[in-house]
Design a protein around this ligand. Structure first.
Ligand code: AMP
Ligand code: MG
Length: 418
């Protein structure tokens, strides 16, 4: 039995960063930028006002105050999106709305609140300025956000909503990113029925395909659902073949020591098995290897295949530990580790067989400290324990257990219940 670290190392050694592709910016959320992005424009393109108010010459406001306003005549109005044709000459002002370009001649903007506009019926005759405006007051300079010709986003950056916004501010509708991996998902088991079917006696619904597909989506991959294979070599091979042009193949079930557990036999026949069983709980019967496949363009390649255990909790936990980092690596990400925190455990856990335990827990913060409480029964068939949990408490393989009050490491699955 190999350790979690050894297993992860072997898996990551078999996956590579995928190719680049051009995508519409809104499709790129969570993807890694594959090019340096330069700006061909200044953002903002022109000096403009940060406030609604009056564009003035600062010299005209000298010594202005509430007690002794400076009166200017209003020669025009300009809203965002238009250019004022007026030139602000001594003794004049232009009424201006947020985002509008600064008219010629003006060097500052006095906001409405610092004028006597509210006391006037109309500003058509003139406006009283109630404060001194220094040069540049309330003006956003052309290029103050992004200067033309500068590098705005560097290759390797992960695209978040703010990067989507920055790209849009440059007028870019598409960008080069590392493509998302296609992950083929095959459930195995004679007992499985798909969710849109009635449930005959003795059968269970196939939940793994859906929890695994949801995880693939969450971490940026494209799930390809291959359905359910029976526990026979023929059925399994026939279904598996449909997934061989994917970047990764995931099966669930069929990897324990039972008579009908054919996945690892297939892995040995149709490819190469790298390991089977990992020193962890849940998730011990995890198989990994490569299957000989043919890409869409006819190239023969070895498709990494993770045979996740069938138990619903085990398949999700092993996904978080092994499939997630593999997906992130293929997407070109550098930080593959799930965030881990220290918490005080509120239950005791016994570790009787020297495996790494990953116990489902609810982590809460109290007085600046984290506390972890187990979700209840920890059977690997109790999928609701995953639904209740926001973290996995890690009990190392060389520890015989922990007592309530001990400090433990917790791998966070979510930071909050949103
Ligand atoms: P296996 O690894 O095939 O021996 O399966 C272990 C346990 O997980 C058995 O109780 C299976 O019925 C259950 N199981 C396997 N595959 C699925 C699935 N796709 N959805 C829900 N439960 C499953
Ligand atoms: Mg099975």
């Amino acid at each position: 039995m190999i350790s979690v670290e050894q297993a992860l190392e072997k898996i990551l050694a078999c996956v590579d960063v995928l190719e680049e592709e051009e995508r519409p910016i809104l499709d790129c959320l969570g993807q890694v930028l594959a090019e340096d992005v330069y700006s061909s424009i200044d953002v903002p393109p022109l000096d403009n006002t940060a406030m609604d108010g009056y564009a003035v010459r600062s010299r005209d406001t000298r010594n202005a105050s509430k007690e002794s306003p400076r009166f200017l005549s209003v020669i025009g109005m300009v809203a965002a999106g238009s250019i004022s044709e007026c030139e602000v000459k001594p003794g004049t002002a232009v009424r201006i709305m947020t985002g509008a370009p600064i008219p010629k001649g003006a060097d500052s903007v006095v906001r409405f609140e610092d004028t006597d506009e509210a006391q006037r019926q109309s500003s058509s005759d003139g406006i009283g300025i109630l404060c001194e405006a220094e040069v540049g007051l309330n003006i956003r300079r052309a290029g103050e956000d992004i200067t033309k010709g500068s590098i705005v986003l560097s290759k390797g950056v992960v695209i978040r909503p703010s990067e989507v916004g920055v790209l849009a501010s440059l007028g870019l509708s598409k960008v080069m990113v590392i493509r998302r991996p296609v992950v083929a998902i095959l459930a195995t088991g004679d007992e499985l029925v798909d969710i849109n079917q009635p449930l005959p006696l003795g059968k269970i619904y196939n939940s793994n395909t859906y929890s695994v597909a949801a995880l693939v989506l969450r971490y940026g991959g494209i799930p390809r659902i291959l359905g359910i294979a029976l526990d026979s070599e023929d059925s399994l091979v026939a279904r598996l073949r449909q997934g061989l042009d994917a970047d990764m193949l995931i099966t669930t079930g069929g990897v324990s020591a039972g008579d009908y557990d054919v996945v690892k036999d297939i892995l040995a026949k149709e490819g190469e098995i790298a390991f089977w069983t990992v020193r962890m709980k849940p998730g011990k019967p995890l198989a990994f290897g490569t299957i000989r496949g043919v890409s869409k363009t006819g190239i023969v390649k070895n498709v990494p295949h993770l045979g996740l255990p069938g138990n619903p909790v085990s398949s999700m936990v092993t996904f978080e530990l092994f499939v997630r980092p593999a997906i992130l690596k293929m997407m070109g990400k550098r930080n593959l580790a799930k965030p881990t925190i220290e918490a005080v455990i509120e239950d005791s856990v016994v570790n009787s067989d020297g495996r790494r335990i990953l116990a489902r827990a609810v982590v809460r913060e109290r007085d600046g400290k984290y506390f972890a409480r187990l979700t209840g029964p920890q059977g690997s068939g109790i999928l609701t324990s995953m639904s209740l949990a926001n973290g996995l408490v890690i009990i190392p393989e060389d520890k015989e257990g922990v007592e309530a009050g001990d400090v433990v490491q917790v791998m966070m699955l979510d930071w909050s219940k949103e």
